[in-house]
Design a protein around this ligand. Sequence first.
Ligand SMILES: [Zn+2]
Length: 255
Amino acid sequence: MYIFLIVLIIALAAYFLFKKKTVQTPPLTTFNPKPLLEANVTYYQKLDDNEKTRFEKQLHAFLADTHIEGVGTEITELDRVLIASSAIIPIFGFPSWRYQNLTNIILYPDTFDGEFQFEGGGRNILGMVGSGYMNGQMLLSRAALTKGFSKSAGSENAAIHEFVHLLDKSDGATDGVPENLLAHEYAAPWLHLMHVEMHRIESNKSDINPYALTNEAEFFAVVAEYFFEKPQQFEAKHPELYQQLGLIFQQKPAE
Ligand SMILES: [Zn+2]
């Protein structure tokens, strides 16, 4: 907790220090995201034509709702498309979902250094959902954002991870149980499944990133990355978790 406070204070200091240098997002233009989506977002490539159209509509709506600014860097169209895709992928099963708890996204050009590393473990995840003074803000690193959509991403996607935290947080508690998406009676079985898998990770019997052991919220965000990034593999290796996440997100990305 003490460490967390220090990190938060450094984050706030850094935010206000760099705030002056931020580059404002250019006014929303009616750009066509299709070519960038086709070239960079595997999830989108697999959708049928109707779903692609809906994805593009949701992308535009998200970008109209959300202010994106760069720290010491200009936001490109690709940045906007990748950020919006990370937001839409987890809620694509809920066509009318709007993120109520997000107003601003701050993109750093590269990884934060040691002091700005908000997500630890051996994986250098670089992102943060703000709380307290930072409520409504999300910090992302472009390096992590881009890597998440690259061929070498594996089962990881840092930006999707942060949006899953935001979904989890939308019921008031970032606790790994997204009450807004999961009916009450499913909460206990979900927690049970989570703890069983945590024991498997602890005994080196799971391919899920050990960062998931941090707590239930991190477990949820880490397995969600895997679910969306490598759905077939996830379904084959973790059928129960796949089914459970399918229930939470109302999607079957392996199909
Ligand atoms: Zn996290």
